[in-house]
Design a protein around this ligand. Sequence first.
Ligand code: F3S
Length: 78
Amino acid sequence: TFVIALPCVDVKDKECLEACPVECIYEGDRMLYVHPDECIDCGACEPACPVEAIFFEDDTPDEWRHFNAVNAEFFADL
Ligand code: F3S
C-alpha cells in the first residue's frame, strides 16, 4: 500500500484524489489517508502530490515511518 505522511498535514492539496483510480484516499480532519486494503499499489498518487507526502510503505522515510500505521488506524476507527 501507499501511505500519506507528514507533509500533507494542514496542506491537503488533494491532487492525489484526482490521480487515484480506485478512490482509496479519504479525507480526515488535518490530512488525507490511503486505505491499505483498497490501495492497488498503482503508484499514481505519488507523483501527483506537490509536497511529496506520499510513499510506498517500504519507502517511507524513517522519521515518518509511523505514518504507515497512522493511515491504517484511521480506518480502524471508522
Ligand atoms: Fe495531501 Fe498531497 Fe494528497 S498534500 S491531499 S497527499 S496531494
